[in-house]
Design a protein around this ligand. Structure first.
Ligand code: SF4
Length: 394
């Protein structure tokens, strides 16, 4: 990592740098998520049997991921980003809609293999996941060498023991674990959190995947290590031609990843993508009022801005997130949205082109929508009806 790259503290919506990657993205998507819904009954067996209610964890989401692309899913806890990520890589079956790998419906490949052009086992290999907590993902009773041997024994059967060992050492070098002969003999408890996450990244790359789902993969690391891990992921993206669905609650990290990789940020709220676009557009010129809320709640290193924010109320009508079992009618954000008007309580917005480069699920993106003649909603308590303490962020 060069010395002029940003520290974690620099990576804020106000200030970001870092060289953009130069690998071209493909014309055809490697992964297509089309109108995907994941609904399930909440609670345990008894509650599920007694209720007709459903949690709409993901509620009509579409996006494409191209080769060498990154889409960072950002939102508050419980917004559905992890469920969407798992559904996108075939770990969870959608209730409705399709997920396709290079044009092949993943679930058709699994359930109707005779009709499929791509085998499900090949799709499984091509889609890997890095979890938030590598300690749970790595078998504590096995050495790093044994952990990394498993995918090679399964997918690279042509390799003999010596070639397998050489490959493991090479991948440990890729993830900056030097000397590899030393790290290969260690158990997970002999590694730091950052080193465990590097082993998890190396294991995922050993499968030569097309897509990696990184589920809060840097959240458990010390702040001082996060930029280094993000840089390693981005450098190896160029080496391995891999695409990422990255899940983060942190808009600053999302911006860093998406900006360097020429990717997009997708803002999620109550199971829907409410805005998607290039990081600079999302951060500097957000269209959706919820994107503005996330930006407002992201820590800043600018002392003046930080001071201003302490004195401001959060830009919402209500701080509390609605019950996902009983979401609001119309636009799901209308109970919290400071711009909400009467039409927002009964009509659901689609994802519209904005004047900038993003798409946003807000009537305000449409110059001629009836929204502009609709009655404003009265605030619950005061101008915004907001409480004084912010409930945002994790
Ligand atoms: S559609 Fe209405 S309630 Fe929804 S985000 Fe836009 S202004 Fe707010």
């Amino acid at each position: 990592m060069s010395t002029d790259e940003p520290t974690a503290d620099d990576v804020t919506p106000d200030e970001v740098s870092g060289e953009e990657t130069t690998v071209a993205q493909s014309d055809e998507p490697v992964l297509s998520v089309e109108d995907v819904k994941v609904h399930y009954k909440p609670g345990g067996i008894v509650k599920r049997a007694l209720t007709d209610k459903k949690v709409r964890a993901v509620d009509g989401v579409s996006f494409d991921l191209y080769e060498n692309d990154i889409v960072v899913l950002v939102g508050e806890s419980g917004c559905g980003k992890t469920t969407l990520g798992k559904t996108a890589v075939g770990l969870e079956k959608p209730t409705e809609g399709t997920v396709s790998y290079r044009g092949q419906d993943i679930w058709e490949a699994k359930e109707n293999p005779r009709e499929a052009e791509t085998e499900f086992t090949e799709i499984r290999r091509a889609m890997q996941i890095i979890h938030q907590d590598p300690a749970n993902a790595l078998n504590s009773s096995r050495r790093v060498k044994a952990i990394l041997s498993d995918p090679l024994k399964k997918w690279r059967t042509e390799l003999g023991p010596k070639e397998r060992e050489d490959t493991i050492y090479r991948y440990l070098e890729y993830v900056d674990m030097m000397p590899p002969e030393d790290y290969a003999e260690r158990y997970p408890h002999q590694l730091s959190g950052g080193e465990k996450q590097r082993v998890a990244l190396g294991r995922a790359l050993l499968m030569n995947p097309d897509v990696i789902l990184a589920d809060e993969a840097i959240s458990a690391l010390d702040v001082s290590l996060r930029v280094g891990m993000m840089d390693l992921i981005l450098d190896l993206q160029e080496t391995f031609d891999t695409s990422y669905v990255f899940i983060s609650h942190d808009l600053a990290n999302a911006r860093y990843l998406a900006k360097r990789a020429g990717g997009r940020i997708a803002i999620m709220y109550l199971g829907e993508i409410v805005e998607i676009g290039p990081p600079e557009e999302i951060l500097r010129n957000p269209t959706h009022p919820y994107t503005k809320v996330l930006k407002w709640s992201t820590p800043t290193v600018d002392p003046n801005l930080a001071r201003e924010r302490i004195q401001e109320d959060p830009p919402v009508r209500e701080v509390d997130v609605p019950d996902p079992e009983d979401p609001p009618s119309g636009c799901k954000f209308h109970t919290r949205c400071p711009e909400a008007r009467e039409v927002c309580t009964r009509e659901e917005p689609g994802l519209y082109d904005t004047a900038g480069e993003s798409d946003a699920a807000c009537f305000r993106a449409l110059e001629t929508h009836e929204y502009w003649n609709s009655d404003e909603l009265a605030g619950p308590d005061d101008e915004y009806g907001a409480e004084s303490e912010s409930g945002f962020g994790d």
